[in-house]
Design a protein around this ligand. Structure first.
Ligand SMILES: Cc1cc2nc3c(=O)[nH]c(=O)nc-3n(C[C@H](O)[C@H](O)[C@H](O)COP(=O)(O)O)c2cc1C
Length: 379
């Protein structure tokens, strides 16, 4: 066996120190990207999903004040959106760090397939949100137009794009160069890719594919079925730098949700059994306007059971629209409702209504605790 001389030994040692330092610098710069983008946030990063009609300025500001990233959901009226942004801005008045921020420390979601870019852009004359989140264009190639236009209108905002497949992640990285990719697994509540995988396989495959194609600098955040610290710990282990939760925040005090909808979420157990992915949800009011690629996950409703038993779509729509005109808007507990109750497979773990700040703190601390306990089990 070749013997290592003292000089060689020192050279190897120096080499190892160099490799360690470079790895550490690389690790730190990769890990610090999101923190640099969102300096008020604490680690691990918890984000509330920009749930259209549910997540307004009140929820977004509460999440940001707790050290997360608060998001406002997409609205069709830009005046309504300005109102919600104003509510968030007002909530930061007594927090010198947040009110002095160059950008408004919340994100705003947009659903490009129902919006016109020229209607959206003027909002950024009044507010510069920290994050502009895009989900569901008519065609993924539309991002090649949307992203540069938004960057020009609000250069300091970061652009996050949510999607649900390896191919879409690579395509969007190439044509739009987003600041963050939000990977949505098939467990997610609300709309998502009709064909999908859970984040367990989606995240590592996207990570590897992006790295192989030179896009490893784009941070990934994960969503879909994450409702507590265990889910966050799993997502971080799979390669995410932060997590997005929708269903968990449906049981927050600040969310805009009908009380019967919230009661149905709290009551639901065994999420894989009581929720389903379906395009039927988008046909309940009338013709489905969502692009082909998408369906949605929600609680199995009476409408589904009727459809499975052979009732015509016209009859289902008629019963839905009659129920939706009532005080309870067609929502009901016991899986008896006719209207869509969007929720992910994690719904069975959502047991009580808490303030958004409590949720953020509990989930963040829970994740750290789980990761420490898991590491200890490996010793
Ligand atoms: C009630 C509800 C409404 C949603 N609305 C939107 C939306 O308007 N825009 C969007 O990008 N995602 C929306 N989503 C999907 C979320 O962005 C996110 O992917 C999802 O909530 C994550 O899964 P989880 O619900 O299991 O946490 C919605 C989700 C829910 C539950």
């Amino acid at each position: 066996m070749a013997r290592i001389s003292t000089e060689n030994f020192h050279q190897i040692k120096l080499g190892l120190v160099w490799v360690f330092n470079i790895s550490w610098i690389w690790f730190w710069s990769a890990m610090s990207t999101l923190k640099e983008q969102l300096p008020w946030t604490l680690s691990p990063l918890i984000v509330n999903a920009p749930m259209a009609g549910f997540a307004g300025g009140k929820l977004a500001s509460a999440v940001t004040l707790a050290g997360g990233l608060g998001m406002i959901g997409s609205l069709r009226s830009m005046d309504d959106l300005r109102k919600e942004l104003g509510i968030a801005a007002e909530a930061f008045k007594d927090s010198p760090g947040l009110s002095a921020s160059r950008v408004l420390p919340v994100g705003v979601g947009f659903l490009p397939f129902v919006l016109k870019l020229e209607d959206v852009l003027p909002v950024f004359d009044d507010y510069k949100p920290a994050v502009i989140w895009l989900f569901v264009p008519k065609d993924l190639d539309d991002y090649a137009e949307w992203v540069p236009a938004i960057r020009k209108a609000s250069p300091e905002s970061k652009i996050w794009i949510q999607l649900g497949s390896v191919a879409a992640a690579l395509h969007v990285a190439r044509i739009a160069r987003p600041d963050v990719l939000c990977l949505q697994g098939a467990d997610a509540g609300g709309h998502g890719f009709e064909k999908g995988a859970s984040i367990v396989s989606l995240l590592p495959e996207v990570t590897d594919t992006l790295a192989a194609e030179g896009f490893s600098h784009i941070p990934l955040v994960a969503s879909g079925g994450i409702v507590d610290g265990r889910g966050v710990a799993a997502a971080l282990t799979l390669g995410a730098e932060g997590v997005v939760m929708g269903t968990r925040f449906l049981a927050s005090k600040e969310v805009n949700v009908h009380p019967v909808y919230q009661a149905a979420v709290l009551e639901a157990q065994d999420g894989g059994q009581v929720t389903t992915r379906s395009k039927l949800f988008d046909q309940l009011r009338g013709p489905n306007i969502w692009p082909e690629l998408y369906d949605g996950r929600g609680l199995v409703a009476q409408s589904h059971k009727d459809f499975a038993n052979g009732m015509s779509l016209e009859e289902i729509q008629k019963l839905h629209n009659e129920a939706a005109a009532g005080e309870d808007k067609g929502y009901n507990t016991g899986l008896q409702g006719r209207a869509a109750i969007w929720a992910g497979t994690g719904v069975g773990l959502v047991k009580e209504v808490q303030s958004a700040g409590e949720i953020v703190q509990e989930v963040r601390e829970g994740a750290k605790d789980v990761m420490a306990r898991t590491a200890a089990r490996l010793k």
